[in-house]
Design a protein around this ligand. Structure first.
Ligand code: UT7
Length: 332
């Protein structure tokens, strides 16, 4: 087969050691383990405690895990794409620093921001570059230090998010494996319901914005939940129909981990057996750009060459989408 497809050929991940459990959150805000577990499926999340370390630290660890496991020479990487909502600094791009630190000396690098869909959109970008024949090795990293933008006195958000990072290497494939199809969407209506109000060009930082806690994530959870459930389920069903995939054909659902009830609604619309639905939200919470690659890393041992994976995400903006990908290797 002469057509070039874009396959994932290696994955890696990193989560910080510190565990913030539901029990500990009970001592911080008015919440309880039972509420968090039944409403979200989360039991604990990881937090990067070191105040001197930002998202780049998480991203570098995940990238180095991938490089080590796959034996990839970083000098061979053409491009480093960092999907993140929590860059180290507004300027310069965190990806550039990460690329240099891991030794990707021949790569160009930039950040991609689309809230919880950042990694999914990044998969599309990486695949397009590979399919065009322009580049041969693209390292896509999803990393977020969500604890840096969360108000730990706000029970509506602090129970949900965690820190983490994952990475995937995209390379050309000539057997028809890798990314098969995608449906990506966005709708600016979402900007009011999930946002950090201040710190950008619209409302630059000031004493007032700090006093008003406008640098933290605000989420109207109920509204976001409704949009997430209907859009993620719709788009996942749509990509199956468009590719003539039955529930038997789909081997794994790799879904954004925001709420176990959203994942259940999506898999139920796809009529998928529970055993095909990858879930690790109980361990990490919502790690934003890192949820999809953390799933790939945690469940890599189950994937077989040729397996059909459906990716799905929904995030702030709103941004959402679904990707159909054929897995390209058996884990050694
Ligand atoms: O990843 C990016 C996209 N984000 C998402 O997809 C997140 C979507 N939203 C959600 O996952 C859910 O809306 C949440 C988990 C954020 C909230 O769950 P919910 O079932 O929508 O709860 P709710 O906001 O409707 O609140 C239900 C009740 C309220 O009490 P009353 O008014 O019924 O007495 C809340 O005050 O639960 C209360 N509540 C809490 N209770 C204990 C809200 N947060 C908490 C809490 N602990 N942490």
């Amino acid at each position: 087969m002469n057509k070039i497809t874009a396959a994932i050929t290696a994955v890696g991940a990193y989560v910080p050691d510190f565990v913030l459990s539901n029990k500990v959150l009970e001592t911080m805000v008015d919440t309880n383990d039972e509420w968090i577990t039944t409403r979200t499926g989360i039991k604990e999340r990881r937090i990067l405690k070191d105040k001197n370390k930002g998202t780049s630290y998480l991203a570098i660890q995940a990238a180095e895990d991938l490089l080590k496991k796959s034996g990839t020479n970083p000098a061979d990487i053409d491009m480093v794409l960092l999907a993140t909502t929590t860059p180290d600094m507004p300027v310069a791009a965190t990806a550039v620093y990460v690329a240099t630190q891991i030794g990707a000396v021949n790569a160009f690098a930039y950040d991609l921001q689309a809230a919880c869909s950042s990694f999914l959109y990044g998969m599309s970008t990486a695949a397009a570059y590979i399919q065009s024949g322009r580049y041969k090795k693209i390292l896509l990293i999803g990393a977020d230090k969500m604890s840096s933008i969360i108000d730990y006195t706000d029970r509506a958000t602090c129970i949900i998010f965690g820190d983490g990072a994952g990475a995937a290497l995209f390379e050309p494939n000539h057997e028809g494996l890798g990314l098969q199809d995608e449906i990506l969407r966005s709708d600016g209506i979402g900007r009011e319901f999930l946002k950090i109000e201040a710190g950008g060009s619209l409302l630059p930082p000031s004493h007032e914005t700090v006093d008003n806690k406008q640098h933290y994530v605000f989420q109207d959870g109920k509204t976001v939940f409704k949009y997430a459930v209907s859009n993620m389920a719709d788009i996942s069903e749509k990509i199956m129909l468009r590719n003539n995939l039955t529930n038997e054909d789909v081997d794994w659902l790799v879904s954004h981990q925001a709420n176990k009830r959203i994942i259940d609604a999506t898999s139920s619309r796809m009529n998928l057996d529970e055993s095909k639905v990858l879930v690790n939200i109980e361990k990490y919470g919502n790690t934003t750009s890192a949820t999809l690659p953390l799933l790939l890393n945690d469940f890599e041992h189950l994937f077989k060459k040729g397996d059909n994976l459906i990716f799905a995400s929904f995030g702030g903006g709103f941004t959402w989408g679904s990707i159909y990908l054929k897995w390209a290797y058996d884990k050694k």
